[in-house]
Design a protein around this ligand. Structure first.
Ligand SMILES: [Zn+2]
Length: 80
């Protein structure tokens, strides 16, 4: 009589969990406020981050709104 939404929901949530388990991110140390922020540039894996050339990327500080230039040396990989 009703569509089987109860069975569909755990399936959807398990996909979200699975994706969350593989979440990796690149962070950078903010030159403006000194804190660590998540890089606006996303990488699929560590290899693609390490093989990439990142020179003078303008990242905006999420705390102060000020922008500074960042090279790859300013960025680091963080497993989650
Ligand atoms: Zn900042």
């Amino acid at each position: 009589m009703f569509p089987n939404l109860i069975d569909a929901r755990p399936w959807y949530l398990s996909i979200l969990r699975e994706k969350g388990g593989f979440t990796v991110a690149v962070y950078y140390k903010c030159k403006v406020c000194g804190q660590e922020h998540k890089s606006p540039i996303a990488f699929g894996d560590k290899k693609s981050f390490e093989s990439s050339k990142l020179v003078n990327n303008a990242f905006q500080c999420s705390k102060t709104g000020k922008t500074a230039g960042y090279n790859k040396e300013d960025m680091f990989w963080k497993e989650q």
